[in-house]
Design a protein around this ligand. Structure first.
Ligand code: ATP
Ligand code: MG
Length: 441
């Protein structure tokens, strides 16, 4: 074991140290560490920030670990939030930067393989590092830039290896989220999982239902942003692909490749997901359920479903059938009316990625949209309240239907969007429908 590796042993320790405290966040972390140390406590940066700085990667968030108890942390700093006081975490706000400060702790008795049933505050950094998931995340860095690295995390980082701290089998079993995190780190860092850790992960895949879905969702979102290196094969081999509700067989691989090539050109998250759903042949309903199971927000689910539906319609209309220019024009208007410009453009992006031979020109779609007399039925010069008296005050589904017909008439130039003419058309229709009994008189 290697208790304390100083940055002196590394290539350019001063530069590494500077870069750690350079940013606004880093400066805030430095001040917080200094306050804790000046008050007589041990305090270190730990976890992802230390790992990433060693790798020369951007730092996502700074985490500080300290021997000071949470109530002391709360007293030492003027602006704090008791984020997870039971687990020893206090968020310190230093000049608008939020940094989590967690008391050294160990965890006991994992009753539900998800939450430690009990945490115990500790006085030594070594006890704290022992509870962490992987050696690369179990490195602490002091204010002076000294590394505390009892599990050989630096070596594993150099060798690009994800290795469980201590006994991998125990560590994975006591918290199954660590297995998902291992795959996420594989994707983000391009590291390999060490053999015994991999074996431990594979051995727990039968219990993956026990992981909180919110946590799976968080890991999935981090992983998908590194889609080019999602370790599909390893996920499939270990039985862990199911945790993301994904089916994958070898023959899916080219489709994933399409996804990887395309998603970078798409900035809209809902559209990226809809593309993946298209490639995996998910129906709109399956897609909605999938996104919900990964705890995407309501808006992403609704937008994603619309983009998927729109892109499927585009395939039917523009790829499966030969269409004349006029027919395409009519279809584009219908589509823009049904989904709106934003969704339609995303649908077109997906369509163009999947069917380059039947490419739809985005400028044409925008031009069609600009030339449309109305974009939704609210823009009609009359509404349901105008129709009601024409049928003797009796409401019903016919009102919505008629508004839709009026809108289609205006959209396709068969009716002008003028109140009187729309009323006249509606009157005639209502009279006819009363006669044939579609509207009750
Ligand atoms: P990121 O760069 O995405 O923030 P991270 O490694 O910092 O990655 P966090 O979720 O921010 O990940 O966690 C901070 C640290 O807390 C980790 O580096 C690790 O030391 C520890 N940790 C997080 N989750 C677990 C877990 N499930 N089991 C053990 N240790 C964990
Ligand atoms: Mg972090």
């Amino acid at each position: 074991m290697n208790d304390c590796t100083s940055w002196q042993s590394m290539e350019n320790p001063v530069m590494i140290m500077r870069s750690l405290f350079d940013s606004t966040q880093g400066k805030a972390a430095y001040q917080i560490l200094r306050t804790l140390v000046s008050a007589g406590y041990d305090a270190y940066l730990v976890g992802g920030c230390v790992r990433n700085v060693l790798l020369g990667l951007p730092i996502v968030d700074f985490d500080i670990t300290t021997s000071a108890r949470p109530e002391i942390v709360a007293r030492l700093f003027p602006h704090t939030v008791e984020t997870g006081i039971r687990f020893g975490t206090v968020t310190v706000i230093h000049e608008a930067v939020h940094i989590e400060v967690t008391t050294f702790r160990s965890e006991r008795k994992y009753l539900d393989t998800r939450h430690p049933s009990e945490v115990q505050f500790e006085t030594s950094i070594l006890a704290d590092l022992q509870r962490r998931d992987f050696t690369m995340n179990a490195i602490a860095c002091s204010l002076l830039g000294e590394l505390v690295d009892p599990y050989g995390g630096v070596k594993d980082i150099n060798e690009r290896t994800i290795r469980g701290v201590g006994n991998p089998m125990e560590r994975m079993r006591e918290d199954l989220l660590r297995c998902v995190r291992a795959f996420r780190f594989m994707a983000q860092l391009g590291f390999a999982i060490d053999a015994s850790t991999f074996e431990a992960i594979a051995s727990c895949s039968d219990k993956l239902e026990q992981i909180a879905r919110e946590r799976v969702g968080v890991e999935w979102r981090k992983m998908i942003s590194a889609a080019h290196s999602i370790p599909l094969q390893q996920l499939a081999d270990t039985g862990w692909l199911r945790v993301f509700d994904l089916s994958y067989r070898l023959e899916h691989l080219p489709k994933w490749q399409v996804f990887v090539n395309c998603y970078k050109n798409m900035t809209d998250e809902a559209a990226q997901l809809a593309l993946l759903a298209r490639l995996l042949n998910k129906t709109e309903q399956e897609f909605g359920e999938w996104l919900r199971s990964l705890r995407y927000g309501r808006e992403t689910v609704a937008t994603g479903r619309q983009i998927l539906a729109c892109s499927m319609r585009l395939q039917i209309e523009c790829t499966d059938h030969e269409r004349s220019g006029d027919q395409t024009f009519i279809f584009l208007k219908d589509m823009l009316f049904a989904y709106g410009l934003q969704i339609a453009i995303q649908g077109v992006h997906i369509h163009n990625q999947l069917h380059p031979a039947h490419r739809i020109d985005e400028t044409r779609v925008r031009d069609v949209c600009n030339a449309m007399p109305i974009h939704n039925s609210k823009q009609l010069q009359l509404d349901g309240r105008d129709l009601l008296p024409l049928a003797g005050g009796k409401g019903g589904p016919w009102i919505g239907q008629m508004l839709q017909e009026l809108a289609m008439g205006v959209l396709h130039g068969h009716l002008p969007n003028q109140r009187q003419q729309l009323m006249d058309w509606a009157k005639t229709q209502i009279a006819e429908r009363k006669q044939n009994g579609t509207i009750q008189s």
